[in-house]
Design a protein around this ligand. Structure first.
Ligand SMILES: C[S@@+](CC[C@H](N)C(=O)[O-])C[C@H]1O[C@@H](n2cnc3c(N)ncnc32)[C@H](O)[C@@H]1O
Length: 291
């Protein structure tokens, strides 16, 4: 029985390639530089999947990937495999995954890397990461956290907690077209369930003023219409990241589907005051050269 994890098209390849390049550059620094060498380095994959992905015809994520038996399916490496296979590995790996069958696949992957220190935790990424952040000694730890959800599962309080450590570099898949833009309803502001979700996601209600404009009708009634564009949503989110991180890439990677619609942005932010300028330079370079 093989646990298949079907998601992504070309955009997935671009996303994982950018991540791989960053992890390589990061560990080059943390194994070459004398001071950096003393840190305990951790790679955290908080929406870890199975370690592998099977290409699918659909280029948008399948929310209900199936468990099926199939032996001759092409398997491509997912983020967890990519991180484990690095020539210069992290001192520790933490994989978080909600789905039981994906956790089982990660346990199987772990067995293939007996020389790596790997922790796998099953549950909600937000909850587990808050605990991990609280329990980690940030004076001697440096980490790269990859948040790769299908949708809007990441809460702003988690992003804030990550930034507060001043020791984490964050790669985050921002659900531009598949999440935020869909919740921003056109002719009127979103209903309470959508609004609450957006507020928890952005950590503020300011999105409402930024993404809707008020107009008077000929009957002198006030109505609100969506004014948000993909660009204005991106700019707002980057501004939000800049309120908590030391450095934020202003050129996130735009990941589009086959109809060329933006579905996600791959964003980068660095939290360590000393390391942020170098981290940003590397991430900027990767993001602007990623084909
Ligand atoms: C896009 S996939 C991750 C792909 C993976 N990064 C890779 O490259 O192979 C998202 C994963 O997050 C898991 N997931 C969804 N909600 C979650 C949550 N709240 N906490 C942890 N994992 C979650 C899903 O089961 C799925 O495996």
């Amino acid at each position: 029985m093989t646990t298949q994890h079907q998601f992504g098209g070309d955009w997935t390849k671009r996303k994982l390639e950018a991540l791989r390049k960053y992890l390589d550059a990061y560990m080059k620094i943390f194994t070459a530089n004398e001071k950096a060498k003393s840190f305990h380095t951790v790679y955290v994959d908080a929406f870890a999947g199975t370690g592998y992905r099977t290409p699918t015809d659909s280029d948008e994520p399948s929310l209900f990937p199936e468990l099926t038996e199939q032996d001759n399916q092409e398997f491509l490496k997912g983020s967890a495999s990519i991180a484990l296979e690095m020539d210069k590995p992290f001192k520790e790996y933490l994989f978080i995954e909600q789905k039981q069958s994906h956790v089982a696949a990660l346990e199987h992957l772990k067995k293939q890397f007996p020389e790596r220190r790997i922790q796998i935790k099953q549950g909600d990424a937000n909850t587990i990461l808050h605990t991990w952040i609280r329990e980690t000694n940030w004076r001697c730890t440096r980490a790269v956290v990859f948040l790769d959800p299908y949708g809007m599962q990441v809460e702003w309080s988690l992003i804030e907690a990550i930034a507060k450590t001043e020791a984490i570099d964050l790669w985050l898949l921002f659900p531009l077209g598949v999440g935020v833009n869909r919740l921003l309803t056109k002719c009127a502001p979103p209903p309470p369930t959508f609004s609450d979700r957006l507020t928890r996601f952005f950590g503020t209600e300011e999105w409402r003023d930024r993404f809707y404009h008020r107009q008077k009708t000929i009957f002198d009634e006030e109505v609100e219409h969506k004014s948000a564009t993909f660009d204005s949503i991106r700019d707002f989110f980057i501004e939000r990241l800049e309120t908590v991180f030391k450095a934020v890439a202003k050129n996130p990677l735009v990941l589009t589907n086959s109809r060329n619609n933006p579905i996600y942005l791959l964003c980068f932010a660095a939290g360590n005051p000393k390391g942020a300028p170098t981290a940003l330079k590397i991430a900027d370079h990767i993001l602007s050269h990623q084909t």
